[in-house]
Structures are given as C-alpha cells and as structure tokens.
Design a protein around this ligand. Structure first.
Ligand code: 5RP
Length: 292
C-alpha cells in the first residue's frame, strides 16, 4: 500500500478536458464493456443525451412510509412516464409498478438498518442476483459508507454485487452515503466516488458539493446526483443545473420530486435541465407555466 504520510494532495483534475476513453459510446468509462452491460446502461442513460433522470423512491426500505410515498401504487403511475429509470426496492416495484411500463430499474439491493437505530451504516447485499435478473434490473444499487463504522461490510457488499453483476452483465450503482460522523465536503466525495469507481461500480450516486467538477473529473464512471431533503422547487432545479454543469450524467431525485406540491410538473422541469439544456431559471419558468 502506498505510504499515506507524505502523500501529495490531488490538484490537477483537468476538469475542462472531456473524458478521453469513451470511443463512440455515450456512457463514461463504458466503452470497453460487453454488449449486455452497454444495453442495460443505455436503458438508464438516454443514448441521445447521455444523461438520466432517475426517480428514487426506495426510502421505505429503512424509513417505512414517508411523506409523498404513502401510496406508491398511486404515485408511481403519475411520474414513471417522465423518468428514464426507477430506483426502488423489489417489494415496491413488484407490488406497485406495472411491468408493462418497461422502464429501466435501478434495484435497491442493500439493506441492514432502520431509522430505529442511531447508526445506519451497516448494510449488506440482501437481494440475490438471480432475483435481479428475474426483475430485468438495469442496475443494482448498493449503499456504501466510506469512513463510517459500516465501511468494511458495505465495501464487501458492493464488491460482491460487482462480481455477480460482471458475471451477468448487470451494472452496479455504488451509492456514496454519508455516515453520521462524516462531512459532506469535496474531499469526502472525491474519496468516496473514486473508491466506488475503482472497485468497479459502473455508475455512482453521490451528492452535489463544492468543486463538484473536480469530483466528476476524477471519477471515471458517470455520477448521478441525489436530490437530498426537500428544497423549494427553484433551488432543487438549481441543484440539478449545477450538477449537470459540473459534469454529472444525471440526477437520482426523490423527495424534491415526490414531496413537491406538483410532482408531475417538477419531474418535467428536471427533465428540461437534464436532457434539454435548460438553465435553472428557464426550467423554473417552465415549472411555473405548468403550475399556473
Ligand atoms: C440514499 C438513496 C436514496 O434513494 C436517495 O438519497 C433518496 O433520494 P432523495 O435524497 O433525493 O430523496 O439512495 O440511500
């Protein structure tokens, strides 16, 4: 292992230089993957724009019913049409998402804690890859807690998923969760996202942070940005806009869509930012136009 003492901090990210190894494939770092992996990634990332709007509704797996997610069977049909990919648990998807939607699925496959505990960082892989195959998942999602008590077990879960995913050409989305002792700062996300990519995750979910363009440049696979807690719609659209401008390949938003008073209008406005190059202001005007 390289000596930690005396290690020089990274500083030359060449953030304005496009990723150099993409060939003619639209997903970062995926040019040399096999056909099945590329097909699944192309269901998540729109080949025309290279980007994705993921709708996250996996919160119930550790929180139970929360605001906006009381009735998945009623909510998802309103929003699915505007999402490139649905991120949820197998229980939620099997029970409440009609298979006729034929949407890309990012299947939440790690679990192990609940809101009744103080430490949420201990998760392992709980979904069999065979079941992910049966659900025709386009990716499986494993949460990792770099720097937290559960680091080792979540890294093992992620690598287990990646090993199995490589066997069946199913991408793994590493989710860079932030442990309760960790700060949401640039150095944490530089570390966590790069570690997940180097383990072999084919896409990484992260949070937006200062100097996000450095985080995106240093991560050789696509980043999708989580929405986080509910913000005013204008601010959530700015978050989406800054993420895309900073080099994200999409967003994986939950509460900022389904907790909006106008979730259908909000997800359409997010699409304008992600896929159509709208600025945050233009997207907010579009949102206001739809809601007035
Ligand atoms: C963290 C997740 C959740 O899906 C995600 O954070 C929820 O989305 P949002 O923060 O936008 O409500 O992967 O476990």
């Amino acid at each position: 292992m390289a000596d930690i003492i005396g290690n020089k901090n990274a500083k030359n990210f060449s953030e304005n230089v496009p990723f150099a190894n993409n060939g003619n494939f639209h997903v970062k770092g995926a040019n040399h993957y096999d056909w099945g992996m590329k097909d699944r990634l192309s269901r998540i990332f729109n080949p025309k724009t290279g980007k994705t709007v993921m709708l996250a509704f996996d919160h119930g797996y550790f929180m139970g019913p929360t605001s906006g997610l009381e009735r998945l069977d009623l909510l998802i049909p309103r929003l699915a049409n505007y999402a490139d990919c649905l991120m949820g648990t197998r229980g939620a998807i099997r029970s409440s998402v009609p298979p006729t939607y034929n949407k890309a699925i990012a299947l939440r496959a790690s679990s192990g804690s609940s809101v009744l505990q103080d430490d949420l960082s201990r998760e392992s892989m709980v979904v069999d890859m065979e079941d992910a195959i049966k659900m025709n998942a386009s990716a499986i999602a494993i949460q990792t807690f770099i720097g937290a008590d559960g680091q080792k077990e979540t890294i093992e879960a992620l690598n287990r998923a990646i090993n199995l995913g490589l066997r069946y050409s199913i991408p793994t989305m590493g989710v860079a969760a932030v442990g309760k002792e960790m700060e949401r700062n640039t150095s944490f996300f530089l570390l966590a996202t790069r570690m997940l990519a180097e383990f072999g995750a084919q896409l990484v979910k992260t949070y937006y942070c200062k100097d996000f363009e450095k985080v995106a440049a240093a991560c050789p696979v696509p980043l999708v940005v989580a929405g986080g807690k509910k913000l005013p719609e204008k601010d959530a659209l700015t978050l989406a806009y800054n993420s895309i401008q900073g080099g994200a390949a999409g967003v994986d938003m939950g509460r900022n869509i389904f907790q909006s008073e106008y979730p259908e209008e909000m997800i359409q406005a997010v699409n304008k930012v992600v896929h159509e190059g709208f600025t945050d202001q233009e997207a907010y005007q579009f949102f206001q136009h739809l809601t007035n």
